[in-house]
Design a protein around this ligand. Structure first.
Ligand code: HEM
Ligand code: HEM
Length: 237
């Protein structure tokens, strides 16, 4: 067999070999993340309970995914796709020119996007939980940031402790409480709401870029990357 034909037979064999790249946790987690994100994004305001639970879902998954990034299988590990920004930029340039190397796991740009998404999702979730504590004295951060905590620091009158209910707290001292809210709580909550909104929109921007990257890489490498995120399988070469 002439060398060229040999090479192409090898190539075809490698091309038809499918390997498992994305494990069950990564795949299930990814599509739950997609669901939770859009539920959270479109349910603030009137549907705050649903909003908060979708947000907690994201927070819990992000923690699990970070642990998985150290102990999970090869392609789920951070070390497998931590290439740095310079390599990511070169990858994007070459991808646009349709002349880029294919990666079975995450590419340098895909890897950088995943780190960015995880950081931005963490910031959105933490600012959301802090906002809930400041505005409603509820949620996991209420003991630290809620009305009860503010009062516990301020004074030690019985019944005004760390976990005091907000209505009980304001009894008989309305004027002072209002002043305190205006000067501290409300102002802080407004600023935090802005920060929370900023991070949720920044995450949305990253997601749009993430999907654009997935579509472009799928076209350039003639493979359906979204389907691979469902089946977990990709061709070897
Ligand atoms: C329908 C829209 C989406 C599609 C088609 C999609 C598709 C994909 C694909 C194909 C990958 C693997 C990339 C690669 O081959 O290197 C991936 C990874 C990832 N995507 Fe998406 N994605 C979507 C929406 C989202 C959203 C909304 C988020 C975040 C809220 C997100 C977060 C992630 C993360 C964190 C990874 C890394 C997976 C891991 O290693 O755990 N994606 N996505
Ligand atoms: C990644 C997940 C999340 C996204 C995408 C998201 C998105 C948003 C958006 C777009 C707003 C509207 C901001 C504005 O109009 O000023 C908002 C408000 C809010 N979010 Fe989130 N959020 C997330 C997670 C959370 C979490 C985990 C909590 C709390 C546990 C939370 C609590 C709140 C609260 C209390 C508000 C203010 C609602 C109001 O006063 O009307 N969010 N969120």
């Amino acid at each position: 067999m002439p060398p060229d034909t040999e090479k192409s037979a090898d190539y075809q064999r490698a091309g038809s070999v499918q390997i498992l790249v994305w494990d069950l946790l990564v795949r299930t987690g990814h599509w739950l993340l997609v669901l939770f994100f859009f539920v959270a994004y479109f349910t603030e305001g009137d549907f705050l309970t649903i909003h908060n639970w979708a947000g907690y879902g994201i927070g819990v998954y992000v923690v699990i995914r970070i642990i998985w990034g150290f102990v999970g299988p090869k392609h789920a590990r951070f070390a497998d796709f931590a290439y740095g920004p310079a390599k990511a930029a070169r990858y994007v340039k070459e991808l646009i020119l349709f002349g880029v190397k294919r990666y079975v796991g995450h590419s340098p740009a895909g890897g950088l996007m995943i780190f960015s998404l995880l950081i931005s999702l963490t910031a959105t979730t933490v600012t959301g939980a802090a906002l809930l504590a400041l505005e409603k004295n509820a949620g996991p951060l209420a003991p630290w940031l809620g009305g009860g905590a503010a009062l516990a620091l301020e004074e030690t009158v019985p019944g005004r402790g760390l976990f005091a209910a907000p209505d009980r707290v304001s009894e008989g001292d309305d004027e002072r409480d209002e002043d305190r809210d205006e000067n501290n709580g409300e102002g802080k909550a407004e600023a935090l709401e802005e920060i929370h909104e900023f991070f949720s929109n920044f995450t949305l921007l990253l997601i749009i870029m993430h999907i654009a990257g997935v579509v472009l890489a799928s076209v350039v490498h003639e493979e359906n990357l979204a389907r691979a995120m469902i089946t977990g399988r990709k061709r070897l070469e």
